[in-house]
Design a protein around this ligand. Structure first.
Ligand SMILES: [Zn+2]
Length: 482
């Protein structure tokens, strides 16, 4: 039987013979600069695997392919030759540990599943309105106060009693090291200037009003944002970023920059004065200028800032300032940024947001999305990323149920985007790799649960969005997005 491999390698040739392939099979390694970065050539002949690669990542991915071949072919495997390299340099998965926090041991299981399908970025969302999860020595209240909310009142997920928790610095280092061994770069996200209720609950003086507030207990977008007219916010932010840079040795730091209401800025004298000094009348530009300053600080520390696409709206950000993560809306600004040579990560809400029900985003819809056709200048798409937000998920089992096999689908598109072999082929290979994937410690939904009855899509979407005021707009957008 032919092996099942995810992501599907771009070229497999069966060379005629039969070999034994098992966990004890000999693996020879040699190097060639002709193989692209992260790529490899793999042959199986006379019971021996031979890997040729140009770097350690290539060897790691080839060994993962060997693991999949051994798992799905048993001891009788057709001799073969594989040539493979990834379509995108950035192949990410995210996890929101701000709304709900997850055990380090569980995060490792998810990382193992992502490594098996050759992803190379873990985007770790660590701060939000509902909780701050990373210790900052210079501002201890961020965890002492900001990591605690008095209850959880999310739509469809309500829990009485205080919810709290944050990671120790050693635990964070443990995850960074664990990922590094698997050729996965960890990108932390600390949200600013919006999604900052947990900061302001800890240090109210950094808000426009200075009023005491509580860490949020429900999902949503909140007016409690950083006061950009207060020069001292830069002391706070740079201190936070200094400590984050020390913990995370990677190239990128995500600074959020999405969903920031202007309500309080409009009423704030300090913000008005600052905007006047900057010669800015438009609050989108006011935010853009802030993101630009923070990105410049990170650049001075050898890092590149990533921001959500909303921050492009003010027109302040140039391709050299930031890398942009696209999720929804403002396509024209993103197109403009790309046409100037800016790099983006594609995480389209209607295809790559994996926390939503299958009724809303069926697996095939995610598979068929063509990230390489994003925007006017396709080669500006630097990578793609699967998103996992946790307002409505509070267990690791819940994460697995929603994430798998979407994670593997997005990994396949990240690896062989332009000639992916199709959803039916994917599902057959996924089922054959189910046991190997489960060895990572993740629980995969039963096969029948992954199929969606088209007639039940609308009722299930209505059930999920019960109580959301602009539901009809959302419903139309879901069905209009191909
Ligand atoms: Zn202000």
């Amino acid at each position: 039987m032919k092996p099942a491999i995810i992501p599907q390698p771009r070229k497999i040739t069966y060379t005629g013979g039969i070999s034994r392939a098992n966990a004890l099979s000999e693996i020879k390694i040699s190097h060639s600069s002709e193989i692209p970065s992260e790529g490899y050539r793999l042959t199986l002949k006379n019971d021996i695997f031979h890997i040729i690669c140009s770097d350690d990542a290539g060897e790691y991915y080839a060994r993962n392919t060997v693991k999949q071949i051994v798992s799905t072919c048993g001891c009788v495997c057709p001799d073969l030759e594989i040539y493979d390299f990834p379509a995108f340099a950035y192949r990410g998965l995210s996890l929101d540990c701000a709304r709900h926090i997850f055990e380090i041991s569980d995060i490792k299981k998810l990382i193992d599943a992502a490594a098996l399908c050759k992803m190379n970025v873990f985007h770790w969302h660590l701060t939000d309105d509902q909780g701050w999860r990373i210790p900052i020595d210079g501002y201890p209240l961020l965890t002492q106060t900001g990591s605690r909310r008095k209850k959880s009142n999310f739509r469809g997920l309500k829990e009485d009693g205080e919810y709290c928790g944050f990671y120790q610095k050693d635990e964070i280092r443990e995850i960074v090291g664990y990922c590094a061994k698997r050729h996965i770069e960890v990108i932390p996200e600390a949200e600013m200037p919006g999604h900052t209720t947990a900061i302001l609950a800890s240090y109210p003086e950094f808000g426009c009003t200075g009023k005491e507030i509580k860490v949020q207990t429900k999902e949503g977008i909140f007016d409690t944002v950083l006061c950009l007219g207060n020069e001292k916010i830069y002391d706070l932010i740079f201190a936070i970023l200094d400590e984050i840079c020390e913990l995370f040795p990677g190239r990128y730091i995500h600074i959020g920059g999405d969903e920031t209401p202007r309500t309080e800025w409009k009423k704030c004298e300090k913000c008005a004065k600052k905007a006047e000094e900057l010669g800015i009348t438009d609050l989108d530009a006011f935010q853009g200028q802030f993101i630009k300053s923070v990105a410049a600080y990170l650049r001075s520390k050898g890092k590149t800032a990533i921001t959500w696409n909303e921050s492009l709206k003010g027109g302040q950000l140039e391709p050299g300032d930031v890398m942009v993560q696209y999720w929804m809306g403002n396509k024209e600004y993103t197109d403009d940024f790309m046409s100037k040579g800016g790099r983006i990560i594609q995480s389209d809400f209607f295809h790559y947001y994996c926390d939503y029900p299958l009724a809303m985003t069926p697996l095939k819809k995610t598979y068929d999305f063509e990230p390489e056709k994003t925007g006017k200048k396709a080669d500006s798409v630097y990578g793609i990323e699967a998103e996992m937000w946790t307002e409505f998920i509070n267990t690791f089992e819940g994460i697995c149920e929603k994430y798998i096999p979407r994670l593997q689908i997005i990994a396949e598109r990240a690896w062989c985007s332009d000639d992916a072999p199709g959803f039916d082929s994917f599902m057959k290979r996924f089922e054959r790799l189910r046991a190997l994937t489960e060895q990572c410690g993740v629980k995969i939904p039963a096969s029948e649960k992954l199929k969606i009855n088209p007639l039940l899509r609308i009722p299930k979407i209505i059930e999920f969005f019960a109580g959301v005021p602009d539901f009809n707009t959302i419903k139309n957008s879901i069905f209009n997005s191909k």
